[in-house]
Design a binder for this molecule. Sequence first.
Ligand code: ADP
Length: 475
Amino acid sequence: MFLGSIRQRITAWYFLSLILILLAVSIFWYLILSHTLILQIDKSLQETADIVEIGHLQQLGVIDAEQACAILEVYSYSQDWLGYVQLRDPAGNLACIIQGVNGAPLPFSAEAQKSVQSGVAHYETESEFSSFPIRILSVPIYRQKEIVRVLQVGQSSFGVQQILSDLRAISFFLSPIVVLMLTAFGWFLAGKVLSPIVDITATAQKITAEKLNRRLPVSEADDEIAQLAQTFNLMLARLEESFLRIRQFSGDASHELRTPLAIIKGETEVALRWAKNEAELRMALESNLEEIDRMERIVSDLLSLARSDESKLHLDIASFSLTDLLQDIWMSGKVLAEQSGHTVHLDHAVTSEIYINGDQLQLYRVMINILTNALKYTPAGGRIDIRLSVQDECALIQLSDTGLGIAPEELPHIFERFYRIDSARNRDQGGTGLGLAIVKAIVAAHDGTVSVASVVGQGSTFSISLPLSGPVLKI
Ligand code: ADP
């Protein structure tokens, strides 16, 4: 389509603006020039009129038209007047022609007559009178405040008209050439400016979900287009990372779900083929139920994480006693620790009760996840400490254990989804690798932070910091 591309549109605008500017500038200078040239003629007419008037009519006091004409005629031989000079009486009748156009008198228009009779000098350009235009000045000549004569001086403005018509002709022929040349230059310039965008488009068209590792070309100049390309590249990098994470996540998720499914299938097949009595069938069903429970846990954990990804994790924010919540966790911990032989201690570093704005149930889930991990990864007889303190308007909850600890290279990953250290052993302990990812999501939804410090063989400390005022509402 015509004017479809930005390059075409820029050039079209450039072309139109050029014409308008050129037209305005030409008209402006043409008017200034013609005005200046006419002014020059008028000035010279005025000078001639002054000489005639002051020198030889007023000063000599000549009142008789014939005498005046005779004196002026003699006088004109000694002067170098360029134009025409003639005298009229106040009524407009010609008195004499001192210098004329082929012997014919200069015309005296009705406006000139009116203006002179009211005492004002009058300039006009007469084009019909001869083969070339003549500029005429008509001035009244006074004697004792009475108009006694009208002096008319004239000069051909042929030179001026010639200059102006030459100028018009030159502009007429040159302007289209200049406009065309500048438009071609504009077209070239627009193409040059837009060429990085063309390159970017060509590369961008080749980028698909499978080729997200490709990047747009960034020009060396740090201009707007380079910044646009850089921004796109950063966006592509983020997209690539998200794609990779989604791919890994869905791979991990299907793997995690496939394992219990395979177990259920295997056990069901074995039971159907070999089970001899109801007790054996029941055993298989119970085992299946365990796996179904596990699958249910994975699916509900995935759902929580998916919701937190979309910032749809529903929080029931209310003020509640964090001191009471940790008391409950401690009690649960003690019950859980009974079988494993751990000891669980609660140490309130604050004397008064601490209230916080948050979702009590979700925060209970956070603490219980960390506590069960501590129990899982601490050998029997180990010690678990729960601490609560307040720092800078934030509640600081710390859960320490004397367990296996986590190697420094594993630390940055343990909050990732499905990340498990020694996954084979972990699976036996029922871990899905989603617990800490959920902890992180819930704490983040409360505008808090979670971190871990650990020494292999000595134990780990998980620290959760939560603003006492609760999360800032996101609209
Ligand atoms: P899981 O459900 O497998 O426990 P998590 O996300 O809760 O998954 O934990 C991720 C990994 O971090 C675990 O596999 C475990 O190896 C490690 N981990 C978590 N808590 C502790 C801890 N208190 N001591 C040692 N290792 C831990």
